[in-house]
Ligand binder design. Structure first.
Ligand SMILES: CC(C)(COP(=O)(O)OP(=O)(O)OC[C@H]1O[C@@H](n2cnc3c(N)ncnc32)[C@H](O)[C@@H]1OP(=O)(O)O)[C@@H](O)C(=O)NCCC(=O)NCCS
Length: 175
């Protein structure tokens, strides 16, 4: 009878993440070293750590690395290209537009810094939804599928396995 049972409008703020947000970030990803490394990069001016917050609770984040994304330079005419890394929104609040807003915040930051391209890596097979999101925002694939990382995991039966993350680069001209 109903096409949609409910719609969720959430009110949140996007801002630069501070070291004092660590406790809140650990509820999203519990690995302290991931966040402290990003704070260090931010301190050194190499990256900007952006978060989405409801009050002081983090609901998502993205690391905007200002170092050139070297592997895509042939496709940007060797113009500067920042790198959008580990965009993540907590599961219950996905599909509300927060991920797109964080990506757009990265673009705004690049525009302010006159960085003409923004790039990212995405696994097109296992993460088709994320790829669709980037395409909707105007990102396009360049280069070849490549092995971005190999991650160890333990499955439900306690057996160890390795996951190969095969990704494609996507870029967008944002000037
Ligand atoms: C990928 C990820 C970051 C997307 O975040 P998100 O907040 O769900 O993204 P958005 O809500 O902006 O967009 C997702 C979908 O919701 C839809 N949407 C956006 N705003 C909406 C709204 N207000 N109401 C209903 N739907 C909406 C979008 O159209 C999009 O639909 P599509 O999948 O058909 O394109 C999130 O799924 C995630 O954290 N995944 C795990 C980590 C990951 O894979 N990160 C990507 C690494 S490359």
């Amino acid at each position: 009878m109903y096409e949609k049972l409910y719609e969720m409008n959430i009110s949140y703020q996007i801002r630069i993440i501070q070291e004092s947000d660590l406790d809140s970030l650990l509820l999203v990803k519990s690995d302290v070293s991931v966040h402290t490394d990003r704070f260090q990069q931010q301190k050194e001016g190499k990256a900007v750590y952006l978060g989405a917050f409801i009050n002081h609770y983090a609901i998502g984040y993205v690391l905007l690395s200002l170092d050139n994304k070297e592997d895509v330079m042939p496709y940007t005419n060797h113009k500067r290209c920042a790198d959008m890394i580990d965009l993540l929104i907590i599961e219950p609040l996905r599909n509300c537009g927060v991920g797109s807003r964080l990506a757009l915040a990265c673009e705004e930051f690049c525009k302010e810094k006159e960085i003409p391209y923004l790039g990212l890596d995405v696994n097109p097979t296992d993460n088709a939804a994320a790829k669709r999101l980037y395409e909707r925002l105007g990102y396009y694939s360049v280069g070849e599928i490549h092995l971005d990382g190999v991650y160890e995991y333990i499955d439900e039966e306690g057996s160890k396995g390795k996951y190969e993350d095969w990704c494609i680069d996507m870029i967008k001209r944002i000037e």
